[in-house]
Design a protein around this ligand. Structure first.
Ligand code: GLY
Ligand code: MN
Ligand code: MN
Length: 483
């Protein structure tokens, strides 16, 4: 079996995962195109660390190209004959000096075997090869509703000789990417496994006095050294104390640089990707290993929301309803804690949920962390209401979708101060009580699940109850700890 694996210790991923994806794509397009139509894709390009630098970033494949071919090298093109599903790769002809600086130059046969495709040619022969076989090229051109960006369709010298279509491919491939095959789910499960272990390593190693970036480093070390994951699939959020109220903490202007204090609540949102398949996991826990009543109160409120959604998801359920369910559970718990007052349904109508959880409940995950096609043309559109408008999909759930479930509760001064000044909201907020929490930061509990015929399958494996977390933090497994 031809498969990808970094070593005998890491997951082996068969190339048939990609053969199957190509077959699904061909079947989807077959009735809509001519006999000689080809899907044509441009792989990711090598990119450099500055306008004039010759130092390249570590390459990560373009997501649609990966979905079709599983190619790890940069600067390839790929084509699929829709009617027969014949797969062709086009590879750069490398300068002989490549062998001095970069390693062995492999021949065409090597890549044909490595990726189990039907043909491999050099890019310099691409126009002639395509001209003899294709009367139309289907190119990828579409809008990503998460990034707000269009992708550039494939281009090459001589493309003007071909009839091209920009409309068919993007919706077809994006919709197929929403539904994961069993082979794909196994890779996402593995990304979850190694990231879950790394989160445990962080929990066992953390102590006040260490720095947030050291926890980020430990996570990355663990997922790479033990799991073979060269990349994390988004910038690690290793937030302690007040920083946990910064939803996307960890970027260049907030680079996980605070020293962790005794009494801090931590919110670590970190996920590795393996062979371009992502995980996205958030764990929240006290830095010193023991929850205070205040910390366990907020934590348990969020956990209850997480578990209520996990129990309710199944085919036919609307994701927007799951968001509202998580808000309702959270607000009922905050009412028990006397942070909010009044009728929960009225609070929901006044969008109080979004004061404490401004982000969406969760999103599709796959080859992209925020995976594609949350808002296709024939699905519910994006809400304009606070909280709901941040959802990356409003779709009805179906078996085979993989999503995150990530409710949170944050004490974000801007949102709370704005709400105190808004009489429609202020009447539900117990200002005196909330004042005690203004330095709390926040809690997010984020799991990854596959929707099944009857519910969901949980892929994430980290301690979740207060008792489980406190027990984990007492452990000192030498395989996991670093400091
Ligand atoms: N880590 C980004 C997110 O949770 O969506
Ligand atoms: Mn996350
Ligand atoms: Mn997420």
């Amino acid at each position: 079996m031809v498969a990808y694996s970094l070593s005998s210790e890491t997951l082996s991923v068969p190339m048939k995962l990609f053969t199957k994806n190509r077959l699904r794509l061909s079947e989807e397009l077959a009735s809509k195109v001519s006999r000689k139509a080809f899907v044509f894709l441009e792989g990711g390009k090598e990119t450099f660390r500055g306008n004039t630098s010759d130092a390249a970033y570590v390459f990560r494949q373009e997501s649609n190209f990966h979905w079709c071919f599983g190619v790890t090298e940069s600067d390839f093109y790929g084509a699929i004959h829709v009617k027969t599903c014949k797969a062709i790769l086009f590879i750069p002809k490398l300068h002989p000096d490549y062998e001095i600086w970069d390693g062995k130059i492999h021949d065409l046969e090597h890549f044909k075997t490595k990726y189990e495709v039907d043909e491999v040619h050099y890019i310099c022969d691409m126009v002639n090869v395509l001209k003899s076989a294709a009367d139309e090229l289907l190119l990828l051109r579409g809008y990503n509703t998460d990034s707000g960006r269009y992708n550039e369709p494939a281009s090459f010298e001589g493309i003007e000789n071909f009839k091209t279509d920009l409309d068919l491919l993007y919706p077809a491939i994006s919709e197929l990417r929403v539904f994961k095959t069993p082979e794909e789910i196994e890779v996402i499960r593995y990304a979850n496994k190694i990231s879950s272990e790394a989160h445990r390593a962080v929990m066992q190693s953390i102590k006040p006095g260490l720095f947030e970036y050291q926890m980020e480093s430990l996570f990355q070390h663990h997922t790479y050294a033990k799991g073979g994951a060269r990349h994390v699939c988004y910038t690690c959020i290793a937030a302690s104390g007040n920083n946990a109220a910064i939803l996307h903490y960890g970027h260049a202007a907030e680079p996980n640089s605070k020293q962790i204090q005794d009494g801090d609540m931590c919110m670590f949102d970190m996920g590795a990707e393996y062979y371009c398949y992502c995980s996205d996991i958030s764990c929240s826990f006290p830095a010193n290993g023991k929850f205070t009543p205040q910390q366990s109160g907020i934590y348990n409120a969020v956990l209850k929301a997480n578990r209520a959604v996990m129990d309710a998801v199944k085919p036919g359920v609307l994701w927007t309803d799951m968001h509202l369910l998580s808000e309702k559970v959270l607000l009922a718990e905050l009412k028990e804690m006397e942070l909010v007052v009044g009728d929960v349904d009225e609070m929901m109508a006044a969008r109080i949920g979004a004061v404490f959880m401004p982000h969406g409940l969760g999103h599709f995950i796959g080859i992209d962390t925020h995976d594609v096609h949350g808002y296709p043309d024939d699905a519910p559109t994006r809400s304009s209401l606070p909280g709901l408008k941040s959802l990356r999909t409003a779709r009805e759930l179906k078996a085979g979708m993989v999503l995150t479930i990530e409710p949170g509760c944050y004490f974000i001064s801007k949102l709370l101060n704005d709400a105190f000044l808004d009489e429609d909201k202020a009447k539900f907020l117990n200002r005196e009580k909330i004042r005690d929490f203004m330095d709390f930061g926040g809690v997010r509990i984020e799991d990854n699940v596959v929707i099944t015929e009857s519910g969901c399958d949980l892929l994430t494996d980290v301690p979740r109850t207060v008792e489980e977390i406190e027990a984990e933090m007492q452990k000192s497994d030498m395989k996991l700890t670093m400091f």
